[in-house]
Design a protein around this ligand. Structure first.
Ligand code: C2E
Ligand code: MG
Ligand code: MG
Length: 587
């Protein structure tokens, strides 16, 4: 008959205590290890264990004399010890009907003698035992020894409590940490209470890193303590503050609290520069607010939600904001797209190129085409590059995407049936912030024997450029070997005339949003006209993007545009369609 362990009457609550007490259960602890080896020596027993009895197993938080880390609960002696609050002693297991057939008795380690003292929490639950085991029968312990074992068990329990507290503590600030916040939130939810969770993000991580770099860890530490006391001062006593990441504090407030007032006061407290060692530091705080109701299903998402809300709040005038599910949905999608991109790059059929013709207005010929990336996600379907490129640009993935596009363009040009066709591809500032991209481009061109003049790089100036001088150098390198450079989306965003003189471009592409407004707004018409004139005078070929009607086409032509691209002329097309289209153009 299979053995089975007895179940204490208070098992459900007992198991809850096991979970609470044994945070990070699998980690061994040097102090507990030292305790069991000391106890084993004191009693001259080969085996001593701190055994925690969980739902199906007993596992050894500390051990001496056995190799395994756990056994099934069914064979556990300690599962019997936890039934009472006094030690359980078995002088010869082979003579005890509960254990005669136990595999730990009949097999390894061959238990004959067992004595375990229960490990009892402050509120009276036995979570396991401190036990001594021998492989030979032994006489019963003296009362004095039993008392000593009970004392050691109490000590082990104290140490377990200490470890638990340590796991809950943010050492530098002395506050409870994220693990403890999670634990407390779970408790609030279990007690069916409504409450409000706040995340106070005191500054962007990059700012903190800069402070560490400039002023050292000690300074950053002291600054954090200053901010902690500011927040504590505002909250008053009785409200627990948590430190949940290097730049974030967490707060649990009762559901009845006046959020507007509390957040308003916190924001005011964190607004003036914080003086630390005589240096005033301006924080850049944001407060996220998440009302939590025990009726909702939150899991651990609440932490991510409230932290994101804090981040958003930093960019709002009020500097505190409620968690917004819409923002969250956007972020989820962004995350999903970004996490699918690597796979898309490796997959043979998720990415492809479309080609959109650009027309030379003087001759009416198509001499170049823009390669535009297309992505068909296996579940989400077609994703616009206007959505995924800006996301990828914030990560290192953009480099791989650009390399993919570049290699595809060069391979296409190698066997392109359209004579002398120039293919322009979009590059981002990030691609040009090191020499790697142009190195690879030159390599590919040489390998495939493609003339560099068949390639054009469309570049958009962006605020993201950290090293404009490197970007300029890379564009110049491209120009020197005959690769053409175009400034894309000119007239909007970050583009300005200052960099027209700096960037070695031959072509300026006027942004489609401007072109599309020339008949709707006189101001835009004047702007486009001026841009065409000035760029022309500076020696650039001007191309107009987003031509959707014949009227707009005629107008930009009359204003002196050299080239045009747009749905009216031709849409972006798959390679074969583009080639067919091109053949149809030639008389
Ligand atoms: P862009 O480089 O300015 O490309 C032109 C965009 O305008 C393309 O959108 C094109 O389909 C669209 N377009 C062309 N003619 C018309 C028109 O007459 N009316 C309207 N409404 N739109 C027109 P698409 O393909 O969705 O690409 C959007 C942006 O994504 C591109 O703007 C470019 O910035 C980026 N992108 C596309 N492919 C790549 C790529 O391979 N690498 C990088 N880094 N960016 C890319
Ligand atoms: Mg472009
Ligand atoms: Mg453009």
């Amino acid at each position: 008959m299979a053995s089975s362990a007895p179940i204490p009457f208070n098992e459900k609550d007992r198991l809850a205590r096991v979970t609470e007490m044994c945070v990070m259960a699998q980690e061994s602890d040097a102090e507990l290890d030292a305790l069991v080896s000391m106890v084993s020596q004191r009693f001259s027993m080969p085996i001593c264990l701190i055994s925690i009895v969980s739902a199906r197993q007993q596992w050894f938080k500390a051990k001496v004399g056995v190799d395994s880390d756990s056994t099934s609960r069914d064979v556990s002696f300690c599962a019997h010890t936890i039934l009472g609050d006094a030690p359980l002693e078995i002088t010869d297991a082979t003579l005890d009907s509960r254990f005669t057939a136990n595999p730990l008795v009949t097999g390894t380690p061959g238990i004959r003698y067992y004595c375990g003292a229960p490990l009892i929490t402050e509120d009276g639950f036995a979570i396991g035992s401190l036990c001594l085991i021998d492989t030979v029968p032994r006489p019963a312990m003296s009362q004095q020894d039993l008392a000593a074992l009970v004392g050691f068990a109490a000590l082990a329990m104290k140490m377990l409590t200490g470890i638990r507290l340590r796991n809950f503590l943010d050492q530098p600030t002395g506050l409870w940490n994220r693990v403890r916040l999670e634990y407390d939130v779970a408790n609030h939810l279990a007690q069916k209470g409504d409450f409000v969770l706040l995340a106070v993000d005191i500054m962007p991580v990059k700012t903190l890193n800069d402070i560490v770099k400039a002023l050292g860890y000690n300074y950053a530490h002291d600054l954090t303590l200053r901010v902690k006391s500011l927040i504590v001062g505002e909250l008053g006593s009785g409200i627990q503050l948590y430190k949940i990441s290097p730049t974030r504090f967490g707060i649990i407030l009762p559901g009845t609290v006046d959020i507007r007032r509390v957040c308003g006061e916190l924001v005011q407290a964190l607004l003036p520069p914080v003086e630390c060692h005589g240096i005033p530091v301006s924080l850049d705080a944001g407060i996220g607010v998440l009302p939590v109701s025990s009726n909702g299903s939150h899991d651990l998402e609440w932490l991510r939600w409230v932290v994101n809300a804090a981040e958003d709040a930093r960019h709002s005038a009020r500097r505190w904001s409620y968690y917004d599910p819409e923002v969250d949905a956007t972020q989820r999608r962004a995350f999903l797209l970004l996490s699918s991109l690597s796979q898309a790059l490796a997959s043979p059929d998720q990415f492809r190129l479309a080609f959109q013709p650009r027309i030379d207005l003087a001759s009416g010929e198509c001499r170049s085409a823009e390669a535009l990336l297309r992505w068909r996600h296996p579940e989400l379907g077609d994703i616009s590059p206007a959505e995924f490129i800006p996301l990828a640009e914030k990560t290192a993935l953009i480099t791989d995407i650009s390399l993919w596009v570049m290699a595809s363009v060069v391979r296409y040009l190698k066997q392109c049936p359209v004579r002398d066709l120039v293919v322009s591809m979009n590059v981002t500032a990030r691609d040009l912030e090191s020499c790697a991209f142009i190195d690879r481009l030159l390599e590919e061109l040489a390998t495939h024997g493609v003339d560099p003049t068949r390639i054009e790089l469309e570049f958009t100036e962006s605020v993201l450029i950290e090293h404009p001088e490197v970007v300029d150098q890379q564009l110049q390198r491209a120009r020197r070997v005959g690769i053409s450079v175009a400034i894309d989306d000119f007239g909007t965003g970050y583009s300005n005339w200052a960099y027209l003189s700096r960037i070695p471009a031959a072509v300026v592409k006027l942004d489609k949003t401007l072109i599309q407004k020339i008949f709707a707004s006189e101001k835009d018409a004047l702007l486009v006209r001026t841009l065409i004139d000035l760029a022309g005078e500076l020696g650039y070929r001007v191309a107009a993007e987003g031509i959707e009607t014949v009227e707009v086409l005629e107008q930009v032509k009359a204003w002196g545009c050299a080239e045009a691209q747009g749905f009216y002329l031709a849409r972006p097309m798959a390679v074969s369609d583009f080639e067919r289209w091109h053949r149809a153009q030639v008389p």
